[in-house]
Design a protein. Sequence first.
Length: 435
Amino acid sequence: MSQMKHIDNTPSTPGKFKIEKSPYNRLRLQFSLAKIIFWSLVFVGLIFVFFYRSPSSSSHVSSDLFRRSLRTSSYGGPAWEKKIKASAKPRSSNGMCVLVTGAAGFVGTHVSAALKRRGNGVLGLDNFNDYYDPSLKRARQELLERSGVYIVEADINDATLLKKLFEIVAFTHVMHLAAQAGVRYAMENPSSYVHSNIAGLVNMLEVCKSVNPQPSIVWASSSSVYGLNTKVPFSERDRTDQPASLYAATKKAGEEIAHTYNHIYGLSITGLRFFTVYGPWGRPDMAYFFFTRDILKGKSIPIFEAANHGTVARDFTYIDDIVKGCLGALDTAKKSTGSGGKKKGPAQLRVFNLGNTSPVPVSDLVSILEKLLKVKAKRLIMKLPRNGDVQFTHANISLAQKEFGYKPTTDLQTGLKKFVRWYLSYYGNGKKSAQ
Ligand SMILES: NC(=O)c1ccc[n+]([C@@H]2O[C@H](COP(=O)([O-])OP(=O)(O)OC[C@H]3O[C@@H](n4cnc5c(N)ncnc54)[C@H](O)[C@@H]3O)[C@@H](O)[C@H]2O)c1
């Protein structure tokens, strides 16, 4: 009814509409003004919410940086710096002082502990991501804390934090192990590989090139760079331009990026191509680890075979041998030659295979596990899927042998025995099972 009235009162030429000064019209005018103000406020509020929360807007970037700097500043303070200095202090005044990235990871934990044991200063850095059960990373962290190694919880992409760490400690070396590992996961979450293995590596090198003195860098590449190469054993001189997975491609890219930073800025860089590392405190996404879990659970395990019933084999390398290789590479790393972000002369650039030189068929690995666990495995023979895995790996290690006496000493039987002993004690004889 009132709507009808409104239509009746509206002149046909609205521009010439003259407000009558009746009390009723004044009331209507005030009411309309209130409505306009109300809806304007709602509109402004919506715009604010949109720009604040929109993931694609620039405010996302700034809020991200804001959160990051908040996190960084919450790290600061004298107590935090004291912990860092204590962890990074070498036993002797001219001793090595190493920043280990990925320190809560499998290899990082073992390398950090070994460096600390022999008297080097060590500071760890890790973002404790949940690619696999983070409680295992926390348990490794506790282990390291007991031996005096502190792990800063941060991402290698956080340049502000990295610079701050170099302000507190003049690291002589960086052992760069932080990365997104795993071949198959690359099809599920490709951007995590770009984030850690490309952007993170570049960020790390950017910081290393600009600090004074520049540290020497040893970092983990991978045997996966050999990709579809068929010449065996794999030598550092073989072709590495046929990666079979995005993981392998990011590691290969890392080697090229390393070349650039060495060439332009005089950073001393050594890349280590690890071959299927296994052992206590290992990675739950790797076959030897989840085979153990699934054999104990009575679940069937997939064993891949290549075309024409071809054997799939790996050059399984025990963690202690890998650690010796990492220490050897650090000990023979020459100093970087740049300063103030400028190269002063040619710097060392190396790449080494760290393997066992003794490939074992995956079915033999399962037979060893069956004996150690005293449980028969339910084997499910399957075709090797084309999702990044290669048929075999086999390292030629003569270069590492020549350069720093690298000589693996643990065979698969002995190494798996140590792994199974750890697994059963950590997961309580299989009662508390790995995820
Ligand atoms: N284990 C192997 O068989 C093997 C073989 C070849 C190469 N590698 C390489 O060796 C290195 C160590 O491997 P691992 O087996 O110990 O793996 P891991 O996953 O146990 O350790 C990597 C650690 O890096 C951390 N990390 C990942 N991205 C990060 C980031 N952006 N910022 C900070 N921390 C981050 C993770 O939280 C993890 O703790 C990796 O570079 C890996 O690619 C390992």
